[in-house]
Design a protein. Structure first.
Length: 141
């Protein structure tokens, strides 16, 4: 039986470097400020960029690696939200001070788009890359 391995192992070196730099910057963002990075409405142009990136990821065989990278970062944010709720003394889903559930979903979706852009960087045109990154681009060195 063969092992599938860690999907992140499929990441090109430059993609891993970008994700590590981005993750380091993300760790410095206060949990309450995350919605500021997910300000874009999901317009048709954004949907087109998401679909183009998904097609490109499939063509180059990086779908699993992108999903793995998304999982790592969304799990990190999930832990941050949980820790924030405990720190504030709230132990339920809609903890005040940590944004609404809709805000959190928007942050996680937006972050997933940014991860896609970071992995597919050179394989996307500039417009699609910027559309997917949105305000998360401010966290890049």
């Amino acid at each position: 039986m063969t092992s599938v391995g860690d999907p992140l192992d499929q990441l090109p070196t430059e993609a891993r470097r970008r994700l590590e730099a981005f993750s380091t910057s993300l760790e410095r963002v206060h949990i309450d400020d995350l919605p500021l990075y997910a300000v874009r409405n999901r317009q048709p142009g954004h949907r087109r960029a998401v679909e183009a990136a998904a097609l490109r990821a499939r063509e180059v065989g990086l779908e699993g690696a992108i999903d793995g990278a998304r999982s790592v970062l969304t799990e990190y944010l999930g832990r941050q939200y949980s820790a924030g709720a405990v720190r504030l003394g709230y132990l339920f889903e809609g903890s005040p001070g940590l944004g609404t559930t809709d805000d959190r979903v928007r942050v996680l979706r937006s972050l997933g788009d940014a991860v896609t852009a970071l992995v597919l960087w050179d394989r996307l045109d500039d417009a699609d890359r910027l559309e997917l990154l949105g305000q998360w681009a401010r966290l890049l060195p």
